[in-house]
Structures are given as structure tokens and as C-alpha cells.
Design a binder for this molecule. Structure first.
Ligand SMILES: Nc1ncnc2c1ncn2[C@@H]1O[C@H](COP(=O)(O)OP(=O)(O)OP(=O)(O)O)[C@@H](O)[C@H]1O
Ligand SMILES: [Mg+2]
Length: 427
């Protein structure tokens, strides 16, 4: 009988905090709990108010818990791509066992040896992604375990970020009473599962247009190549609408969601809607076409910034085109506008799971799938998962105390690698 595993992901966005509880059975994911609350204390992926952020995280966690009757203890956390650096690294070890068969232990050691390089004191390792393993003179190996050899090498990409940024995020998560099981760079986790094999291989820009920021991630040759963040997102559109229509932000957001259109030519001029005016008893009337001009100008500027950033990154050709995701891609007409400005093939990615069929959930879904993929690669089994407690069954305590049980470590599991990153974080 196959055993399912529960994963909980946490995406602390500048617009909303998302918490997903997912059950992974074999290869398939079922989202069984969702928490989504407007965030406070986060701007452009950076924490500006710890207490407000902690409150938002708690609320989102409670929402997801209520849906399932489970108690969340451990989360898979997404780290934003602001200030991220990617560098090529190499690890080399001698195969340990007498019969020269490569084991989990050798894999663990070669990955660690690739990280034993000088990371500046102000930077923190987020992830290491293997590109290939080399066993003696044979390269391009995906999984060396079980092979026979003397020398094991690994070429990989090391992702580092600002220590201050990541520590503040971790502090908030910890203060919200959660244990971090794993961290992944957000666009790495989201893009890996949003792109098709061909897109991944040919060279594609995966672009997440969120609330406070837009994250570009380039994938090609089946790997994550580079990333950049533009500090502009859907909340700028809301602000533009609020200022130009002289209406409160909350109304501007509602109007954007209900009537918003990004492509002037396709926006409707027939129907008028009423908008309350700040400081007046009156209401003004506008058409979708009128507001599409305001939205279009901001988004056109954003896509121009994307082009500039791609140029700066040295990307001149994207045979796989562009894949858009993030809450802002819900806007009607955004696809037409993106195609018009970016002059390439563009599609929108939406996760195909019941309960989270919205482009704003791409990151939270990607985090669960990435963790599940790594668990099966590193051989972490269902018994070692402690993401949630079934409050009624396992922990009948009325005092709803969070049980922050540490995951059982397998002898040479990936967890030991991860633990290393967090050692000394909260001293
Ligand atoms: N139906 C809709 N139409 C237009 N915009 C929408 C719609 N639904 C959500 N949005 C916008 O999407 C944005 C939020 O997207 P998302 O949840 O992906 O951002 P985030 O992850 O919180 O922020 P970030 O990634 O920038 O930190 C907000 O600006 C919101 O107004
Ligand atoms: Mg986001």
C-alpha cells in the first residue's frame, strides 16, 4: 500500500501570505488545506515589520489548519529572489566503501564538499542544485548511487542571498511558532514545475508578477540559469488607480479585480461602473476602457523593464518564450499586452490542482512539489515526516500546543545537509 506524505508550504508574499497543506501520494498532489491572508509588514519581498508579518503568517496558518483539522508544525519556506547570487561550484570526494560502490553517504559528502567554499560572511546559502555528477571519467550522471568508482565529483550551482534578508524571514516564521523543514528559492521551486520539458530545455523566462515585485527566472539546458527582481507589481496598478480615480486603495483594488483590463483595444466601453470619491459623497463613473489605459501604461512600463533586465542579464534569445504567473496575471488582456511588448510567445501558467487554480499559488504549489521531489531523490520516507499533527487523533491536548518535533534524521539524508544551513541561525 502506498503511503501518502503531508507537506505544508509557506509563501510570504508582499500582497498575501499563502499556506498550503498538500498530500503527496506517489506522484500526485492533493491540496487539502489553503490559507491566504492579506499580508502586513512585507514590502517588495523584504520584511519591514516583524510583528505584523508574524501576525499575517499566524492567520494564514490558522486558516489552513481550520480547513483540515490538522495542526501545522513544519513548513517548506520560499525565499524571494531579491539580491540572490548564483555561482558555479564543484565538489570532489573519494568513494568511501571498500567495494567502491557509491552510497548515500558519498552523495552527501560530495554535496557538502561543494559548499566548502568561501561564502562571504554577509551571505547565506539558500540551495545547491546539482548539474551533473562525474564518476571517474564519466560525466553527465544524474544519480551516481549504486555505481562503482574511485572518485566522485559534482558540478552544481550554489544559490546565496543576503543573510539579513533571510534571517529576518526565518525569525518571523519561528516567532509564528513554526519549524522550518526546508527552504527553497521561490522562482526555482515555482519555475521547475510550471515549465514544460521543452521550455526548460530550450531557454525560457519564467516571470512571476506579484503584488510588490516581479521576479524573472531564466531556465535553459534543463536548469535554473539566473534570476532578477524588478520592484514593480500589481499593487502599483492599484495605487495608480487609487490616485487617478481619487478612490480609496481598497476600492481601487476591488475595481481592478472586477473590471480590470490590460489591453485598451479589447477593453469594453459599453458598461459604466461607479467609484466612490475620497472626501466626497459623490461617485464617479468609469468604463473598463478608461481604466485599461491606466493599467496598460503601468504594465507596459513593467514589460519594458523586463526587456531591459533580460538585456542586462545577457539574454538575447528565448526559444522557449515567456511563461507568466503570479496574481497580477489574472488581469484580462495581460497576455495580449505581454505579447505586444515582449514580441515573443507568451503563456500564463496556473497550477492545475483543485483549490489552488489561481496563478498566485504557483510558488506555494512549487514549494511542495520541489520538497517532494527532493525527498524521493534523497530517499526520505513518509515516516520521517512531521509536517502536521492530527490534533484530534495524535495530540488530544486542549491547549493546542504546537509540537515542534524535529524530523527523524535518516542516516545520510538530505536533512543533514539542510540542517547545516540553519545551524547557529537563531543563536
Ligand atoms: N482577479 C485579479 N485581477 C487583477 N489583479 C489581481 C487579481 N487577483 C489578484 N490580483 C493582484 O495580484 C497581486 C498579488 O499577487 P500575488 O499573490 O502573486 O503576490 P505576492 O506573492 O503576495 O507578492 P510578491 O510576489 O510581489 O511578494 C495583487 O496586486 C493583486 O491585486
Ligand atoms: Mg509572490
Amino acid at each position: 500500500m502506498s503511503q501518502s506524505t503531508i507537506y505544508v508550504s509557506l509563501d510570504i508574499g508582499s500582497s498575501s501570505v499563502k499556506v498550503l497543506i498538500g498530500e503527496v501520494d506517489g506522484g500526485s498532489l492533493h491540496v487539502i488545506g489553503v490559507g491566504n491572508v492579506q499580508s502586513a509588514g512585507i514590502r517588495k519581498g523584504t520584511i519591514i515589520d516583524i510583528d505584523a508579518t508574524v501576525q499575517s503568517i499566524r492567520k494564514a496558518v490558522e486558516q489552513a489548519e481550520r480547513m483540515t483539522g490538522m495542526q501545522i508544525r513544519e513548513v517548506i519556506l520560499g525565499i524571494p529572489a531579491n539580491g540572490v547570487l548564483l555561482q558555479d561550484v564543484k565538489g570532489v570526494v573519494a568513494v568511501n566503501s571498500e567495494n567502491r560502490e557509491i552510497t548515500d553517504d558519498d552523495l552527501d559528502r560530495v554535496m557538502k564538499s561543494a559548499q566548502v567554499m568561501s561564502v562571504p560572511p554577509e551571505r547565506e546559502i539558500v540551495n545547491i542544485i546539482p548539474k551533473q555528477f562525474i564518476v571517474d571519467d564519466y560525466d553527465e550522471i544524474k544519480d551516481p548511487r549504486g555505481m562503482i568508482g574511485v572518485r566522485l565529483e559534482m558540478d552544481g550551482t550554489l544559490i546565496t542571498t543576503s543573510k539579513t534578508l533571510v534571517h529576518n524571514i526565518l525569525r518571523c516564521v519561528e516567532r509564528a511558532g513554526l519549524v522550518i523543514r526546508e527552504i527553497y528559492l521561490q522562482p526555482l521551486a515555482a519555475g521547475t514545475f510550471a515549465l514544460t520539458d521543452d521550455e526548460m530545455n530550450h531557454g525560457t523566462a519564467f516571470i512571476d508578477i506579484g503584488g510588490g515585485s516581479t521576479t524573472i527566472a531564466i531556465f535553459g539546458d534543463n536548469r535554473f540559469v539566473s534570476t532578477a527582481v524588478i520592484p514593480v507589481g500589481g499593487d502599483h496598478i492599484t495605487k495608480d488607480l487609487s490616485i487617478i480615480l481619487k478612490t480609496p486603495t481598497e476600492h481601487a483594488r476591488k475595481i481592478k479585480h472586477q473590471y480590470g483590463h490590460a489591453f485598451y483595444d479589447d477593453a469594453s466601453d459599453d458598461e459604466l461602473f461607479e467609484v466612490p470619491v475620497i472626501g466626497a459623497d459623490s461617485k464617479d463613473q468609469y468604463s473598463q476602457r478608461y481604466i485599461s489605459e491606466i493599467i496598460g501604461v503601468r504594465l507596459e512600463e513593467l514589460f519594458d523593464l523586463v526587456l531591459e533586465e533580460l538585456y542586462r542579464m545577457g539574454i538575447h534569445d528565448l526559444p522557449g518564450g515567456v511563461v507568466l504567473t503570479g496574481g497580477t496575471t489574472k488581469l484580462d488582456g495581460i497576455l495580449q499586452l505581454a505579447r505586444h511588448v515582449l514580441k515573443t510567445r507568451v503563456r500564463i501558467h496556473t497550477p492545475e490542482y483543485i483549490g489552488v487554480r489561481e496563478p498566485m499559488y504557483s510558488t506555494a504549489v512549487g514549494l511542495i512539489r520541489y520538497a517532494s521531489m527532493e525527498d524521493s531523490y534523497f530517499g526520505i520516507t513518509a515516516e520521517s515526516q512531521t509536517a502536521v499533527a492530527h490534533s484530534e487523533m495524535d495530540y488530544p491536548s486542549p491547549a493546542k500546543k504546537k509540537v515542534a518535533a524535529k524530523p527523524k534524521e535518516k542516516k545520510t539524508s538530505f536533512m543533514s545537509k539542510t540542517k547545516k544551513f540553519f545551524d547557529g541561525f537563531f543563536e
